[in-house]
Each structure stands twice: as C-alpha cells, then as structure tokens.
Ligand binder design. Structure first.
Ligand SMILES: Cc1cc2nc3c(=O)[nH]c(=O)nc-3n(C[C@H](O)[C@H](O)[C@H](O)COP(=O)(O)O)c2cc1C
Length: 182
C-alpha cells in the first residue's frame, strides 16, 4: 500500500487551536495510509489582491500553491467564525482560485467548532466553486469540538473517533481513485 501525502490546513491560526489538534488526531488515526503535513502559515499569506495575482505573486503564495500541487489530498479543518468561514482560511483559498490548485484535488473537510453548521455549508459551497467537491463521506461537522478531544490530541468521544476513522478510509479511497484516473 502506497501512503498518500496529505496537506493539513487549519482554519484557526490560534497556537492552541482545537482544529490543529484534530488534524494531529486525524494524522495519528490515518498513519498507516497517509503522511499528513501541517501547513502552519495561512496567517503569513498576504491579503488577496488580484493586482498581485500575476507574475508578481508573492513567494509565500507560490510556495503555498506548490505544497497543494505536491500532495495527493488536502484536509481542511476549521472552526466557524461569525457564522461563516474564518477570514484567513478564505483568503488562502482565494489565492488558489485563478491558479486552480484545488481543481479536482481530493479534499476532506472537518468543521470543528462550537456549533459550525453555517460555516461548514459556506465552505462546501466555496469548495464546489473551485471544483474540490468533497463527497458527503469526506465531510464531517463536529459540534462542541473542544469537549471531544483531550490535551494530548486523543479523541475522547467514541462516536467522533469512529467518524474520523470512516472519513480517513473514504478519503484514502478518493485519493487512490484520483491517482489511478490521472
Ligand atoms: C471571532 C470568533 C467568532 C466565533 N464565531 C463562532 C460561530 O459563529 N459559530 C461557532 O460555532 N463558533 C464560533 N466561535 C467559537 C469557535 O468555534 C471555537 O472557539 C473553536 O474552538 C475555535 O477553534 P480553534 O480552537 O481551532 O481556534 C467563534 C470564535 C471566535 C474567536
């Protein structure tokens, strides 16, 4: 079995982010089949500006785009902010619209938030627009997310653990299919 390369992007830039923890928990659950690299620098991307989205594209953006191109799939794990997508995550995605890194890229989406349903839906809509269409089995909404994981990134809630395991399985299958189609 060939391990898949996955880029994990947390929509929270907080040092002790629950979403970052969920990416690490996912990486542990999926470690037999995937190597998950965390992309830690969405806050380092400048505010999207179409005037720079040409030959003057900033180096940090070029490196972000390369990272997405170089992996089999992307795991986005994000909170909901003000009933929507956190600005720094939306900004990072906006930098990929014209360059199409997400187009037909396998993407799994976890929204780990207090509630999260509106942000989750908003992000699915955005992913559809950029052709990164996660199937139902590759989407997971985890409400009350902080209560379901401990400080050593272990999932305390058995149902959530099962959901993450199923998501990892489906995501692996999706990446395998995408590899054989290309
Ligand atoms: C500015 C801000 C806005 C928020 N708005 C929402 C919201 O609309 N819905 C929700 O479920 N949680 C909201 N939250 C709470 C976050 O879901 C919760 O703090 C979550 O754990 C943050 O993720 P993190 O631990 O990865 O930073 C908000 C938090 C902040 C800081």
């Amino acid at each position: 079995m060939t391990k898949k390369k996955v880029l994990g992007i947390s929509g929270s830039t907080r040092a002790n982010s629950t979403n970052r923890q969920y990416i690490l928990a996912f990486a542990e659950i999926a470690k037999e089949t995937m190597d998950v690299e965390l992309f830690e620098d969405i806050a380092g991307l400048p505010a999207f500006n179409p005037d720079l989205d040409n030959e003057s594209v900033p180096d940090v953006v070029t490196s972000f785009r390369k990272k997405i191109r170089g992996v089999d799939g992307v795991l986005i794990c994000t909170p909901e902010y003000a009933m929507g997508i956190p600005g720094s995550l939306k900004n990072a995605i906006d930098w990929t619209v014209s360059s199409c890194e997400f187009s037909h890229k396998p993407v799994a989406l976890i929204t780990a938030s207090t509630s999260g349903s509106k942000g989750h839906k908003a992000l699915i809509d955005v992913l559809n627009v950029i052709e990164a269409i996660p199937a139902k089995e590759e989407q997971l909404l985890i409400p009350f997310a902080k209560t379901k994981i401990d400080e050593s990134n272990k999932i305390k809630d058995p149902a959530t653990f099962e959901q993450l395991r199923d998501l990892a399985h489906q995501f692996y299958m999706k990446m395998t299919e995408a590899n054989s189609a290309s």
